[in-house]
Design a protein around this ligand. Sequence first.
Ligand code: SAM
Ligand code: DTB
Ligand code: SF4
Length: 351
Amino acid sequence: MSKSQQTTQAVRHDWQREEVQTLFDLPLNDLLFHAQTVHRQHFDPNAIQLSTLLNIKTGACAEDCSYCSQSVVHDTSLKVEPLMNEATVMESAIEAKKNGASRFCMGAAWRSPTPKGFERILKIISGVKSLGLETCATLGMLSSEQAHQLKQAGLDYYNHNLDTSAEYYGKVITTRSYQDRLDTLSFVRDAGMKVCCGGIVGMGEEQTDRVGLLLTLANLEQHPESVPVNLLVKIEGTPLADTEELDIFEFIRCIAVARILMPQSLVRLSAGRQSLSDEAQAMCFLAGANSIFYGERLLTTENPQADVDRLLFDRLGLHTMESDQQAEVAGDEKNSSDPTASSARNGSLVL
Ligand code: SAM
Ligand code: DTB
Ligand code: SF4
């Protein structure tokens, strides 16, 4: 490890493609060591943030995302459900809080929110926020005005993924552009919300596309506070149902590189955990993943049962991250070059 890697580095937004490729090319042990070193400079290495997900409007989405069960274009035999009422969402949010989640994420299968639906969403967000949970929503594309209204209603995070590299994007989605996504992300930032933005790997893309995705995320003006790394969940009836399996070590490399490029972000082990062994998940945590979706369902597919996750946490000596710890880190990008500050914050800088 070079001397520069041993000290806490400033958060960078000027990563070069070659540097990112070099990280991918490292022997796995070296990459994991580098990622774990960076991880320890910014976070308690044994603390994992828990987000619980609820699909509040299911299916009949006008977009054609090739991976998605909810697109109207694919025949996935998914039961379409209208927007949930506020009481049902509140019940789930209360349950999620009781189970230890710090953030409640609501997903709606929309290209962008409908005017009527949006009014109801604003009320739902205020309700969930009043429970003392962090709120997150993923509702498709937003206008600047909608972003401001969501912020006012109490929305903390907006999830909108870039999904893949700009180059591969057109092979996956044709109904909205990469630039549309970047525009929504800017509206979210300008409205003062935190950004949750990542992508999916294992969609048949090349490694250069995974490099491109992480490079784009890392060179955003401000890093997303949360970076979900989804492993494709292959859904019968979608064009990606028969995609070749991604080598698990390549997935772990993506987590490690995300951790190194975006040292202060929560890196979330997202969709696809159901297909990962305990050992693979443990390696993802070693590579710097420090957030998961917790609870038995993602949007339309299954996630590990909560008791299975609790057992895994016990076996690995992991504990859940408090929301004030996340907030402290998320708000501290400017102070990142002070290693003393970060070790004091975490109380666990070195082994
Ligand atoms: N309709 C909204 C949108 O696309 O912005 C919100 C919901 S959408 C389902 C949220 C994200 O989930 C997608 O952008 C994608 O990254 C991820 N996702 C959806 N289906 C997936 C799958 N089958 N496997 C892995 N990730 C998936
Ligand atoms: C994200 O990046 N992953 C979550 C959340 N954001 C909304 C969604 C995963 C969906 C997995 C497939 C499904 O359950 O339909
Ligand atoms: Fe619609 Fe979102 Fe699914 Fe794309 S990912 S089809 S926008 S629900």
